[in-house]
Design a protein around this ligand. Structure first.
Ligand SMILES: *Cc1c(COP(=O)(O)O)cnc(C)c1O
Length: 393
């Protein structure tokens, strides 16, 4: 037998020994406040289903109706024969929802970043990138072959400093940041970051995957939260989180959107978003445009949870959104905490190094509008029990 793949066994063994091996849990229920995970019914604090839309009857019905009319698969890439009326309707509706001029959809948020960044900058250009940006931004930056210059997390002064240090060295430049950072639940002062980008004539891009459906009026996102419509050139988003479906979007400057229709590689070389996904996403926009009820409930749940956790003596870090880290310190403690919560019927992930800095391990609690007050109460008592047992509080 050939030995050429032995290195994989060794690497996997290394991962297991260092506690970095991903054990993938399996669900046998729809997304929601409660899940059946590996056969056990647990309260869910792991999903990005912020508004409970992933299993919403209106989205399901819209997907079914669209499949009856148009089938399932798109059959082609968007630029050949894969663009349906429905795709254009979604793009128009999401642009209007976000109060910007135009939008283009991709298969996912990940491909939106991979397609957009290399279309905007290349060799001889500079990308000014927040040091904690998401993996898909980092990969998009690498693909572009532009120089990547990192600035301190969410720090406009650091951004301005590195821009000045590099003035005149590059053809053009891009500033890129996550909207909401999903490890801490914080977001940057996007108004100040955008001002600096404008002052230095740099393209301004934000990836608002965790801000859509959460921040801004009725969940219109971080650009709406700061009132930066027309000033942020590129707003990447995903339909896989608060919107409860799947798909990516770039909204913003119409010249850039038009350029991406010509040069966004995943748009040209990977098939269009599927019909049920498109229809369900339009239904999600309908739900959000009709009422702010779900967004309001999400924030109310988060406020109650954070307030009560604070009273109990837990440290919820620098969260500014419903993503609530419970800071514990050592990775081993966080893992044990998560395991004990799970025994109590509460499913919440432990995050440790290298996902977060060493000594900053935590349980990340993803609050959703799907949770009832009783769910939150039950979770608080589980945290109390485990916190006391492990000497955290
Ligand atoms: C989740 C996430 C993505 C990827 O979105 P998908 O639509 O799931 O591919 C991209 N960027 C950020 C910041 C994310 O959090």
């Amino acid at each position: 037998m050939s030995n050429k793949l032995n290195w994989i066994d060794e690497e996997l063994q290394n991962l297991k020994e260092s506690g970095l091996y991903n054990k993938i849990r399996t669900l046998s229920s729809p997304q929601g406040a409660w899940l059946v995970v590996d056969g056990k019914k647990v309260l869910n604090f792991c999903s990005n289903n912020y508004l409970g839309l992933a299993n919403h009857p209106r989205l399901i019905q819209a997907a079914k109706d669209a499949m009856s009319d148009f089938g399932v698969g798109p059959g082609a890439v968007r630029t050949i024969a894969g663009t349906l009326d429905l795709h254009l309707e979604l793009e128009k509706r999401i642009a209007k929802f976000k109060r910007v001029e135009d939008a283009i959809t991709f298969q996912s948020g990940f491909t939106a970043n991979l397609g957009t960044i290399p279309a905007l900058v290349g060799k001889g250009d500079a990308i000014f990138s927040d040091e904690l940006n998401h993996a898909s931004i980092i990969d998009g930056c690498r693909l572009s072959r532009a120089d990547i210059i990192r600035y301190d997390h969410a720090d406009p002064n650091s951004l301005e400093k590195v821009i000045k240090e590099n003035e005149g060295k590059y053809r053009r430049g891009l500033v890129v940041t996550d909207g909401v950072f999903s490890m801490d639940g914080d977001f940057p002062p996007l108004d100040k970051i955008t001002e600096i980008a404008e002052k230095h004539e740099l393209i301004m891009m934000v990836d608002d995957a965790h801000g859509e459906g959460v921040l801004g009026e009725g969940g219109r996102g971080i650009v709406d939260h700061f009132g930066l419509h027309g000033r942020v050139d590129v707003e990447v988003g995903t339909f896989s989180k608060a919107f409860g479906v799947m798909g990516g979007v770039v909204a913003g400057n119409p010249r850039i959107i038009e350029w991406l229709r010509q040069r966004g590689r995943p748009f040209l070389f990977s098939s269009a978003v599927t019909i049920p996904d498109v229809a369900a996403t339009i239904a999600a926009i309908n739900v959000l445009e009709e009422s702010t009820e779900l967004v309001d409930r999400l924030w109310k749940n988060a406020e109650i949870f954070k307030r009560e956790m604070g009273k109990l003596g837990f440290d919820t870090g620098k969260s500014m959104t419903p993503i609530t880290p419970v800071m514990l310190g050592e990775a081993k403690l966080a893992r044990e905490f998560s395991r004990m919560l799970y025994d109590q019927g509460v499913f919440a992930m432990a995050l440790g190094f290298p996902t977060v800095p060493e000594g900053k391990a935590r349980i990340r609690v993803m609050i959703s509008a799907a949770h009832s007050e009783a769910d939150i109460e039950q979770t608080l008592s589980a945290f109390t029990k485990v916190g006391k047992a492990l000497g955290v509080i």
